[in-house]
Design a protein around this ligand. Structure first.
Ligand code: FAD
Length: 368
């Protein structure tokens, strides 16, 4: 069976990895950028798996699919040889004293919406100091035990390596696809026919989805030799969901020029790396992070621990999340064609479950 996947971002990679479980398959992956995937939103992401935090604004389907994906991730990472890319040690949520009522409202809302949220623990100063001594809580903090995080940048790097050497996968990088139809992919070289095509172009699929929009998100990569925070920590913020996400090993296993250029390499120096993000702005502007966003993210960091003042900003990333009006993902299955899009801020949280569902309802139901 000959299959084409258009777009080697997060969803395209998950589709390829799932399809490779079927032996008699040949896959061609089209990507308009480089096969490293650094142009994708999937590379910019913090990789949070935060089904509770998302319940604030999303529907409970996100919660259920999120948990399903969290069950699937360990095997996906094993498949590509990334054995330390998944952490499920829970998240901490705290707030500036002036945002405390918002934090309490958020936890109360969760506990009303979902039974499991009754397990969320209120941390007093001592409990917080035991769990995460470098999170300097000056108001209140809560501990959600069953949230996690994927090392998104290393997922992209390891899946590139895996797909690159898979004998039945061909990468067509720097190849923009102009149009996709049932079983057909159009590029400037003409049309190629396949038994099945997956449209996983994210924001690049606007020629088909007229209501698809991009939601700008900015993140900073920080390195510190003073601070050791081991689990994602969220700070309540009136506009964004701000996370400080530990990336202990920095760029280890990522062979990218700008990773090599980082002023300090976490893996070599023993410094700890953190991703702090992400802003959420209704704009498709992919230009560099703004001064305002930098100040907001950095002041969140500083308020969690003033020693972050001596940390170094080693890199910033901007990308746009592909989203529909309802911010929910969409699967379109038709003859010889599956389109998956609108993963919004939930690509890592929902991707594995959505991809499995799309494949089972489409190509597998037709060809089994
Ligand atoms: C700042 C930020 C933080 C995020 N944090 C999280 C998080 O913590 N947790 C979480 O679950 N999600 C997070 N996300 C969301 C997640 O990254 C997205 O939901 C996910 O990447 C969407 O996957 P996708 O494959 O649809 O799109 P992408 O990952 O963007 O991939 C699309 C790919 O298609 C390629 N392409 C586009 N057009 C064409 C074309 N015409 N021809 C060929 N190739 C094409 C692109 O170059 C790209 O590589 C975050 C996103 C951002 C921007």
């Amino acid at each position: 069976m000959r299959v084409a996947i258009v777009g080697a971002g997060l969803v395209g990679r998950l589709v390829a990895l799932e399809l490779l479980k079927d032996k008699d398959i040949e896959i061609t992956i089209y990507e308009k950028g480089s096969k490293d995937g650094v142009d994708s939103a999937g590379f910019t992401a913090a990789g949070m798996l935060a089904p509770y935090a998302e319940l604030e604004t999303a529907e409970s389907v996100i919660f259920d699919l999120g948990h399903k994906s969290m069950e699937l991730w360990p095997d996906i990472l094993k498949q590509i040889g990334l054995f330390d890319g998944y952490q499920q040690n829970g998240t901490i949520i705290t707030a500036h004293p002036q945002d405390l009522s918002e934090l309490e409202h958020f936890i109360g809302m969760l506990q009303k919406k979902i039974n499991k949220a009754k397990d969320i623990k209120l941390l007093d100063k001592d409990a917080s100091a035991d769990l995460e001594p470098d999170v300097k809580v000056n108001s209140k903090a809560f501990y959600i035990t069953d949230e996690g995080v994927i090392d998104a940048q290393r997922f992209i790097a390891f899946s590139t390596n895996y797909l690159d050497i898979a004998p039945n996968v061909q990468f067509k990088e720097h190849t923009k696809v102009d149009k996709i139809e049932s079983g057909a992919v159009y590029t400037s070289d003409g049309v190629s026919e396949y038994d099945w095509v997956f449209d996983t172009r994210g924001l690049g699929a606007k020629e088909h989805f007229s209501t698809l929009r991009g939601v700008r998100g900015e993140v900073l990569w920080i390195e510190s030799n003073d601070i050791n925070i081991t689990r994602p920590t969220r700070l309540m913020h009136p506009r964004y969901k701000i996370y400080i996400v530990p990336r202990g090993n920095g760029c280890e296993g990522i062979d990218l020029d700008y990773c090599k250029e980082c002023k300090m390499s976490a893996s070599q120096s023993g410094h700890k790396r953190y991703i702090v993000g992400a802003t959420e702005i209704e704009s498709e502007d992919m230009s560099d992070i703004s001064v305002r966003s930098s100040m907001e993210l950095l002041s969140a960091l500083y308020s969690v621990n003033p020693s972050f003042g001596e940390a170094r900003v080693v890199h910033s990333e901007t990308n746009c999340r592909p989203a529909f009006g309802d911010n929910l993902p969409r699967i379109e299955n038709s003859d010889k064609l599956t389109r998956i899009n609108g993963l919004y801020r939930h690509g890592y949280l929902l991707g594995p479950a959505i991809v499995k569902k799309a494949i089972e309802q489409g190509i597998r139901s037709t060809h089994d």
